[in-house]
Design a protein around this ligand. Sequence first.
Ligand SMILES: Nc1ncnc2c1ncn2[C@@H]1O[C@H](COP(=O)(O)OP(=O)(O)O)[C@@H](O)[C@H]1O
Ligand SMILES: [Mg+2]
Length: 369
Amino acid sequence: MFIENALRYDARVHVLDPDPHCPCAGIAQRFVQGSFADRDTVLDFIREADIVGIEIEHVSVEALEQARAMGKRVIPDPAVLRTIQDKGAQKLFYREHGIPTAPFTLVEDRAMLLASPPPLPAFLKSRTGGYDGRGVMPLRGPQDLQRAFDAPGVVEHQVDIALELAVLVVRDDAGNTLAYDPVEMVFDARYNLVDHLRAPARVEASTARGARQLAMRVAEAFAAPGLYAVELFLTKGGDLLVNETAPRAHNSGHHTIEACASSQFDQLLRLYLGLPLGDVGLRAHAAMVNLVGEGGRGEPVLKGLDDITHMPGAYVHLYGKRETRDGRKMGHVTLLAEDHRALDQGIAVTRVHGRVVPATNTTPTPTKT
Ligand SMILES: Nc1ncnc2c1ncn2[C@@H]1O[C@H](COP(=O)(O)OP(=O)(O)O)[C@@H](O)[C@H]1O
Ligand SMILES: [Mg+2]
């Protein structure tokens, strides 16, 4: 999606990814297969580049620091990435900067969790390595404490969530900051990832304003140019809490490709190139429905393509991943409409008819990988 947009500016994009068959491999100007967590691999890869960015947090920060020392433009700031890579450090950062977030404590391991158990229900989150709900464990009762993972973690009070919101913020070198309209996210409880979202979120104007302001405060606290996807909880009491921030293009901003003049990928490109920030205004009501793999692993087939493409205002994105697995994001559908009611219909059609399944349903996804 980034490359699609970059082509409009005649920018050349090189990609490093561990998977030789990753979707970018066939469309990047140059593709290198390798681990982005390995310092030397990254340093070797970026030698030819002027500007360095990321699409996932789990990369070698050391390599990015080095890249900066070599005079390359690096976004996000490696220091910001270091904070965000560690959910514990991230929560401490919010606390230090007076940014409201769910109450938490840090634990070193399971023994420490058992020695001073938190009030339940709570959430246990791995400090490093998790995303899309992996590494996040609800602690509903005492029995869950015994099953907790044995690694450094953040223990958070369970928030009484009315709505999960996300606000995408872009901040340039001069500190100019723009925020997109808050989106409302609905999670898929099976996989703990976004099922669908809609924009603008159905909240009071004052809540929407508060969400944008809070997200901009987060970007200001990080004090570095970048694209920040700030996930928020709106509590049943009407408070806004920051859950976590991704310093990169994010699933909660995919609708901006069609719903805004300047998408999240476009803003990122503008940032990299030092161009003025783009227009973040919503041009319609928008929804984004993730197409998530189900029915095991294998070559992906999208069922219901006819039903989806039949709808006015529907845009299909298939990522071109070679293998579908249960819970793997395989694509998404963006819907533009005049109002939320029309979006409801489009979301329902996409969820009922749009299914990504393996071509030959033989091998079920193993429960442990
Ligand atoms: N303190 C909390 N209270 C209630 N729900 C939570 C809490 N923390 C996380 N969750 C739920 O779990 C989801 C995933 O947690 P998150 O910290 O965002 O991890 P990930 O890195 O996997 O996105 C959240 O979007 C939310 O639905
Ligand atoms: Mg999250």
